[in-house]
Design a protein around this ligand. Structure first.
Ligand SMILES: NC(=O)c1ccc[n+]([C@@H]2O[C@H](COP(=O)([O-])OP(=O)(O)OC[C@H]3O[C@@H](n4cnc5c(N)ncnc54)[C@H](OP(=O)(O)O)[C@@H]3O)[C@@H](O)[C@H]2O)c1
Ligand SMILES: Cc1cc2nc3c(=O)[nH]c(=O)nc-3n(C[C@H](O)[C@H](O)[C@H](O)COP(=O)(O)O)c2cc1C
Ligand SMILES: *[C@@H]1O[C@H](CO)[C@@H](O)[C@H](O)[C@H]1NC(C)=O
Ligand SMILES: *[C@@H]1O[C@H](CO)[C@@H](O)[C@H](O)[C@H]1NC(C)=O
Length: 618
């Protein structure tokens, strides 16, 4: 009997041992998978009675997605509470109803959470935040949120920020608390180590590099020769016909008169229309980025979307690194805050990481402004400032890090061929290197005498419309490059026999930047144009187009009041449009005998009826 009992005990012992070994293996692997394999997920759990908490929870989830954070959003009772010990970050959004009661869809959770048997340190892995929705006209204002917070602390969880106590009684509603609470919440989330050190935000695309370096015909701009209508998704590769400087060599401002060949494109345009051009990055910038990222520009890859995102249609597949950087990644623009957020996830160097996190935080925005926006520092220059982090960037993230190069608008400056007049943008900031506009600098650099050059472009309707009636006069005010759309209008109108044209042109020096001077002189001689010029720097005091408008008030009043003339303003001087508008209203008062209010009303009526139009840019 004794031996039997002993053997029974031994049996049970072995069984229990085997059982616990199995169990520990199970738990070991379970934890292993949780920690190593899974990407950290933000869990948003809500208890909602009337839907406000649910709506807020879903809003948080949307914000998370936009920030490339994996997220799960659920009513508390649909969530398996036992999993709470494995979560790293949970937001609780809880309403309080009745007399301090939890909403119906969190009642089971509530009961479980307050069980006495829960061990005190069981939630020590958890970071959490509680947002309460309540109404301060009730005595137990936000009771559920407050009590939940206390209990989570007791169970060892770590609170990220003070409980948000939204109040329906607030003049601005519950958002008055929710909005700033969310801002502060995200800021805290981005300083959490799991986001930063594990670098686990998935990229939108994966790069699959091809081994063969076989030369292929370079067809990057030739993609769409056959299609009929050029558009943003299918730009037409227009051949550059000519690229001539429109200002004197000795003048500080470089302005280009550029012509494209669009034959075969099906593109049609009229006076006032605008051509859209997508520029390329400069060769030295492409080379520098390749060096910083230790990428071979010649190597080819295909892109695969990791999510539901489509692979960008205008990138060829396969594509070279060179082509991706040259025509797609906007590395020469001033980077946004999100650039620093993503960059910080690659940082291993403590100093660089701290700085990047500061630039990503709400508190660091002034600092970021003086570092980036004020001096117009480019994304490429930022990368060079953070070499250790830059060396860690994974190529898969390139399209998440840099936005796509955006197209630029230029008023079409002629009516038969497609021509533009481009001011090459450049200026000094505290940065050592001169700042240069990407598109205008790229266009200026293209030389059609060194072989065929193609520029991807399409045409968009502009905002300027010119009168159909043959005898309706037009008055056009276009200082600087603002004259471009009016040259197209003049060519078009004169070819249709419309000869009642007045142009106000302004530039700095008669001998340096008087665009299309001989053309205006010919038209004037032929009786097709009345021209007024303002050369701002040919004398001590400034003379601008608005001064000429005021001086010619009598003519303008006659054309507008008696001949139904239309009035146009175009150009880029910041204050010019307002200054010219003021001069016109003064002319109404001076020559039409109107009061200031009557002049204002007449001006507004012209604006409403399309007799006053403007196209201005900055
Ligand atoms: N370096 C500079 O001083 C400076 C200044 C502004 C723009 N830019 C650059 O110049 C390029 C060419 O621009 P753009 O051709 O369109 O025009 P623009 O050449 O800048 O100006 C054309 C004419 O408009 C005058 N102007 C300035 N402020 C005015 C105002 N409030 N009302 C009426 N006229 C005014 C200018 O005179 P003044 O310049 O003599 O005042 C000049 O005579 C742009 O890329 C821009 O970035 C340079
Ligand atoms: C509708 C519209 C028309 C424009 N037309 C001209 C133009 O005729 N000439 C010009 O130099 N800039 C024009 N601009 C301004 C340029 O698009 C702007 O200077 C652009 O930033 C240049 O590109 P970049 O800074 O990359 O060099 C226009 C802008 C708009 C919105
Ligand atoms: C940072 O990069 C520099 C040069 O690339 C290297 O010398 C240095 O050791 C790096 N420091 C750290 C902390 O990675
Ligand atoms: C242009 O308008 C601004 C703002 O109204 C004014 O301060 C400035 O003196 C005006 N300049 C000219 C030359 O008319």
């Amino acid at each position: 009997l004794r031996t039997e009992r002993t053997s029974h005990i031994i049996h049970s012992f072995v069984f229990v041992l085997a059982y616990s070994v199995c169990l520990s293996f199970f738990f070991f692997f379970f934890f292993f998978f949780q920690v190593i394999m899974s990407q950290p997920t933000l869990v948003v759990l809500y208890g909602s009675q009337t839907g406000t908490a649910q709506d807020t929870a879903q809003r948080i989830a949307r914000q998370a997605k936009r920030k490339c954070i994996q997220v799960q959003v659920l009513p508390l009772d649909n969530y398996n509470v036992a999993n709470l010990i494995f979560e790293s970050l949970v937001v609780f959004v809880c309403a309080t109803t009745g007399q301090g009661d939890p909403p119906d869809n969190m009642k089971n959770f509530w009961m479980f959470l307050f069980k006495k048997s829960l061990p005190v340190g069981s939630l020590s892995r958890l970071d959490y935040a509680v947002l309460g929705l309540g109404d301060s006209s009730y005595p137990k204002f936000n009771f559920v949120a407050k009590k939940l917070h206390k209990r989570l602390l007791q169970l060892g969880a770590n609170v990220l920020l003070p409980v948000g106590l939204a109040d329906d009684q607030h003049d601005l509603g519950s958002d008055a608390v929710i909005d700033p609470w969310l801002t502060s919440f995200w800021e805290k989330v981005f300083t959490l180590s799991w986001l930063v050190s594990r670098g686990s935000l998935p990229p939108t695309y994966n790069f699959h590099f091809l081994d063969d370096l076989k030369e292929e015909p370079d067809d990057r701009l030739m993609v769409s020769k056959e299609q009929t209508i050029a558009s943003q998704s299918h730009p037409f590769p227009a051949r550059l016909v000519s690229n001539r400087r429109a200002t004197e060599r000795s003048h500080f401002q470089d302005v280009r008169h550029i012509e494209f060949d669009i034959s075969g494109s099906g593109i049609k345009f009229g006076a006032g229309d605008v051509v859209m051009i997508r520029p390329c990055n400069a060769p030295e910038d492409i080379q520098e980025l390749c060096q910083l990222l230790r990428l071979d520009p010649e190597v080819r890859f295909t892109l695969r979307a990791t999510d539901t995102a489509a692979v960008p249609a205008r990138l060829p597949q396969p594509c070279t690194v060179q082509h991706l950087i040259e025509s797609y990644l906007d590395i020469a623009a001033v980077p946004r805050r999100s650039f620093f957020e993503l960059l910080s996830t690659f940082a291993t160097n403590e100093l660089e990481r701290e700085k990047l996190l500061e630039f990503s935080s709400a508190a660091g925005q002034n600092e970021l402004h003086s570092y980036c926006n004020r001096p117009r520092r480019t994304a490429l220059e930022v990368l060079a400032d953070f070499p250790n982090t830059t060396a860690q960037i994974k190529v898969d993230y390139l399209l998440d890090l840099f936005p796509e190069i955006q197209p630029r608008s230029f008023s079409i400056a002629s009516s038969l061929q497609l021509q533009i007049l481009v001011a090459v943008v450049q200026y000094k900031t505290k940065m050592y290197k001169i700042r240069r506009g990407l598109c205008s600098t790229w266009l200026a650099s293209l030389d059609p005498t060194q072989g065929e050059v193609h520029v991807p472009l399409w045409v968009k309707k502009g905002s300027l419309k010119f009168p159909k009636e043959r005898d309706t006069p037009v008055i056009m005010v276009g200082p600087g490059t603002g004259v471009a759309p009016f040259r197209a209008a003049l060519q078009e109108r004169i070819s249709e026999g419309k000869t009642a044209n007045v142009l106000f042109f302004g530039c700095r020096l008669e001998s340096k930047d008087f665009y299309f001077r001989s053309e205006w002189e010919e038209l004037t001689k032929a009786g097709h144009l009345i021209l007024f010029t303002a050369f701002s720097r040919d004398q001590e005091e400034k003379v601008y187009v608005q001064h000429r408008v005021r001086e010619n008030a009598r003519l303008l009043w006659d054309l507008i009041a008696n001949k139904n003339a239309c009035f146009y303003i175009a150009g880029n001087a910041k204050q010019m449009p307002a200054n010219v508008s003021d001069a016109l209203k003064q002319a109404f008062q001076q020559e039409g005998g109107l009061s200031a209010e009557e002049a204002e009303r007449m001006f507004e009526a012209m604006d409403r009826t399309g007799r006053l139009q403007s196209e201005t840019w900055s």
